[in-house]
Ligand binder design. Structure first.
Ligand SMILES: [Zn+2]
Length: 173
């Protein structure tokens, strides 16, 4: 197992090195020339321009002190994209992510419009109805009385005040 880990680590190290070489190769080049270098590298490596561009980006934005063995390439990529949305330095975004123990999904949420709806989807413990309620806004809503229990109570002449409460909203929109 040690050998496997070593090989995988070596693979990542090689990726950073390849990115560094790309940085050197395209430094100061106009955009079109840079694209040509990426294309040539992709052909030579039997890879894609998109992949070469990612390797270059990672090395370009994250210098040696910010290259951690425990940080996945996906998180680095998410930090670059989030930095662009929030007009921050990718290194600063990475530092925030590491400090707060964020995963890719949390970094990817940075700078995006917040969700504007909340959905509660649950089964009523009393009448067994499946209830799904979608509300506008970010606020946390109080427990909602089950509408079916309310209807049953109304049909029986009650006011529905005893209807089962369907938990606080925490569901995914
Ligand atoms: Zn109910």
């Amino acid at each position: 197992m040690d050998e496997i880990a070593q090989l995988l680590k070596a693979g990542r190290a090689a990726q950073w090195s390849a990115g560094d070489k790309l940085c050197e190769a395209v430094k100061g080049l106009p955009r079109a020339e840079r694209a040509r270098v990426f294309r040539e590298a992709a052909v030579g490596a039997h890879s894609t321009v998109a992949y070469i561009r990612v390797i270059w980006q990672l090395s370009h934005y994250f210098a040696a002190p910010h290259r951690y063995e425990h940080v996945a390439q996906a998180l680095y990529r998410a930090c670059i994209a989030a930095a662009r949305r929030t007009k921050q330095d990718p290194v600063a975004v990475l530092q925030t992510a590491l400090d707060r123990g964020w995963h890719v999904s949390e970094v990817s949420a940075l700078g995006r419009a917040a969700k504007t709806t909340r959905t509660l989807e649950t089964r009523c413990p009393d009448c067994d109805a499946e209830v799904r309620v979608t509300m506008q806004g970010e606020a946390t809503f109080p427990p909602i009385p089950c509408p079916v229990c309310c209807a049953i109570a109304w049909a029986d002449g009650g006011d529905g005040r005893e209807a089962a409460r369907l938990g606080t909203l925490g569901g995914e929109a």
